[in-house]
Design a protein around this ligand. Structure first.
Ligand SMILES: C[S@@+](CC[C@H](N)C(=O)[O-])C[C@H]1O[C@@H](n2cnc3c(N)ncnc32)[C@H](O)[C@@H]1O
Length: 344
């Protein structure tokens, strides 16, 4: 049986006060930034789903292929050492609509008969879709959704007797954080797990990590700047969100989607570039005073990073958060890696 429960007290985390604070901090800084979680209002979550289907966006279908080929082995490896009665409970950070996760959940049901799945996301609409899809398609899964910002709040870890937690952090979400930020997210996660619990981490690999057809810079750029303009719409939607949620007066036609590959940092960067010199007004909101933001022509708001990792960097990152990488799976072209790690 599947259930859908969003704790009402958790819903406040993605409300406009939190948005106002983040936005003021980011847009009054130099250079100007906005946190990627701000993308995911209802329209942003919908656009992200469209991105995952784009021919240029190799990440989702590559990770899905790894799950399709190895889900049973992944679940069996995660369950090793849990004893005959031991079951895994799955929690997922930034689950979105959990489409790919269904492959892992089906493997968990094959392995242990039933499974409790706790997806966490800032997007209530994405979680509602996740719950409905799983309810309709995978018998044996109990779903407990939680609208929570995992960077700021404790995870809803419901520990059942004789169970271990397998935390899923897939979809290359860790790549949205700077190295320091990524370490902090994983350390926070580790602090909430017990020794022997496991983490499955999905990372997009750096271009030079490929043993098959090389991942080129052009391929990386296209994945974040597709011909249909879906990623551009996703990026621009954050301005529409700020106009709606905070009463800002962004003229969206005065900005453009800009993508670049930063080889020094091994990351794709997404920006919104101001096409003209302009001033944007934010009225007073909740506890935040009114403020204005000045843009020079050509100045950008840095809206997202997507770091690309070497396999050694993945292991080092995990080790820095007190996890030991135990096994890694890749696609034949070595574009993407899914790494299982044990909490020490
Ligand atoms: C790149 S998408 C990945 C979705 C899914 N895991 C996948 O593999 O396709 C990132 C997801 O994380 C969520 N998210 C981003 N920042 C978050 C945060 N700080 N706390 C909770 N969820 C977050 C977004 O709403 C979105 O659904």
């Amino acid at each position: 049986m599947s259930t859908f429960a969003i704790a009402p007290e958790a819903i406040s985390t993605s409300t406009s006060d939190a948005v106002a604070r983040e936005v003021r901090e980011g847009l009054t800084a130099t250079p100007k930034t906005l946190s990627p979680w701000l993308f995911y209002d209802e329209a942003g979550s919908y656009l992200f789903e469209e991105i995952t289907e784009l021919p240029e966006y190799y990440l989702t279908r590559t990770e899905r292929g790894i799950f399709e080929a190895h889900a049973d082995e992944i679940l069996q490896t995660a369950a090793l050492g849990q004893g005959p009665a031991g079951k895994l409970t799955l929690i997922e950070l930034g689950a979105g609509t959990a489409t790919k996760t269904g492959i892992l959940l089906a493997a968990a049901v094959r392995q242990q008969g039933s499974v409790v799945y706790q997806p966490v996301d800032v997007s209530e609409t994405a979680l509602a879709e996740a719950s409905e899809n799983i309810l309709n398609n995978i018998p044996g899964v109990t779903v407990r959704c939680q609208v929570t910002d995992y960077t700021r709040e404790a995870l809803p870890l419901n520990r059942l007797p004789n169970t271990r937690t397998l935390a899923l952090y897939i979809g290359s979400s860790i790549g949205n954080f700077t190295p320091d930020g990524a370490r902090e997210v994983l350390r926070n996660l580790r602090a909430q797990l017990l020794p022997g619990d496991t983490l499955l981490l999905g990372t997009d690999l750096a271009p030079f990590a490929g043993a098959g057809a090389p991942k080129t810079e052009a391929m990386l750029l296209a994945a974040y700047d597709d011909a249909a303009g879906t990623t551009a719409a996703f990026n621009m939607n954050v301005l529409t969100r700020l106009n709606r949620d905070l009463g800002a007066d962004f003229e969206t036609d005065n900005f453009r989607h800009k993508v670049l590959w930063n080889p020094t940092e091994s990351r794709i960067e997404m920006h919104l570039e101001s096409l003209v010199e302009q001033t944007v007004q934010f009225p007073a909101f909740g506890g935040t005073d009114a403020f204005t933001v000045e843009f020079a022509q050509g100045e950008t708001i840095h809206t997202e990073n997507s770091y690309k990792f070497t396999p050694a960097a993945v292991e080092a990152l995990l080790a820095s958060a007190n996890f030991k990488a135990t096994k890694s799976w890749r696609d034949p072209q070595h574009f993407f890696a899914v790494t299982l790690a044990t909490a020490l």
